[in-house]
Write a protein that binds this ligand. Structure first.
Ligand SMILES: O=P(O)(O)O[C@H]1O[C@H](CO)[C@@H](O)[C@H]1O
Ligand SMILES: O=c1cc[nH]c(=O)[nH]1
Length: 239
């Protein structure tokens, strides 16, 4: 049955799904990395494509920005048969050690968002990535030589509310950077028995609206996507 937002039929979506926030990144990934990519939905600009990477069926599905949209997409992907969700996003660095374009592999997301708060009824919870997917991603990052960091991110709702002071406070608690979807994807995945991970490329410093230069960000995004796809190949060989 087609879903309300991700307008696809069972069989359209592969078990392994990359999740960018940005529909243009979804199209870029499909056109650059997937063989035989076919667009299965464009409803609400939540573009979705399925093709293969090194013989493994892979989908790339746009989440849109923020946890409300990401939670809907993750839930509907679960209903459509997805089994492994890997967010491939951008993040604001919380510490100077995360350089422009660097890859951040999240182990867990501090849930500073309203979606998981509602889903949990306010109960304390630690939305965490799948160890298997994190391990495969770290292995792929090391093999590729991509500069990378592994640790906490914070998921938030209010992009423009974040300040350098807020970033420093949370960097002191181990947060590497801020993004807007991971906590919801991790929680939906846990509830639905899926594996999930979040890979991000650093696009700016928190509180600084200046993006890193286009070529630096594009190179970081491409390194991140290759790491995610190589992790999928590793996981598919084990599954
Ligand atoms: O580049 P994407 O994947 O959209 O991720 C980040 O960029 C958007 C904010 O600019 C939010 O969605 C945030 O999580
Ligand atoms: O949530 C985000 C994502 C990228 N950059 C930011 O500053 N915040």
């Amino acid at each position: 049955m087609s879903q309300i937002h991700v307008r696809a039929q069972p069989g359209d979506v592969a078990p392994y799904v990359l999740l960018p926030g940005d529909p243009n990144r979804a199209r870029h990934i499909a056109e650059t990395y997937l063989e035989g990519a076919r667009e299965y939905t464009s409803h609400r600009q939540l573009l979705g494509f399925t093709g293969t990477y090194q013989g493994v069926p892979v989908s790339v599905q746009t989440t849109g920005m923020g946890c409300p949209s990401a939670a809907i997409v993750a839930e509907e992907l679960a209903r459509l048969g997805a089994r492994t969700l890997i967010r491939v996003g951008t993040l604001g660095g919380a510490t100077p050690s995360v350089a422009p374009g660097d890859l951040v592999i999240a182990t867990a997301a501090v849930p500073n968002d309203g979606t998981t708060r509602q889903m949990l009824g306010g109960a304390p919870y630690a939305p965490a990535a799948s160890f298997e997917v994190v391990e495969a991603s770290v292995q792929a990052a090391r093999a590729s030589g991509a500069p990378h960091h592994v640790g906490l991110v914070m998921t938030e709702d209010a992009f423009y509310a974040s300040t350098p002071e807020h970033a420093r406070l949370w960097a002191g608690r181990g947060v590497l950077g801020f993004e807007m979807e991971a906590s919801a994807i991790f929680l939906v995945a846990a509830q639905r028995g899926l594996r999930a991970a979040c890979l991000t490329a650093c696009s700016n410093d928190i509180g600084d609206p200046q993006l890193v230069p286009d070529d630096v960000l594009a190179a970081g995004v491409d390194r991140m996507v290759r790491v995610a796809l190589d992790a999928i190949v590793t996981l598919a060989a084990r599954d």
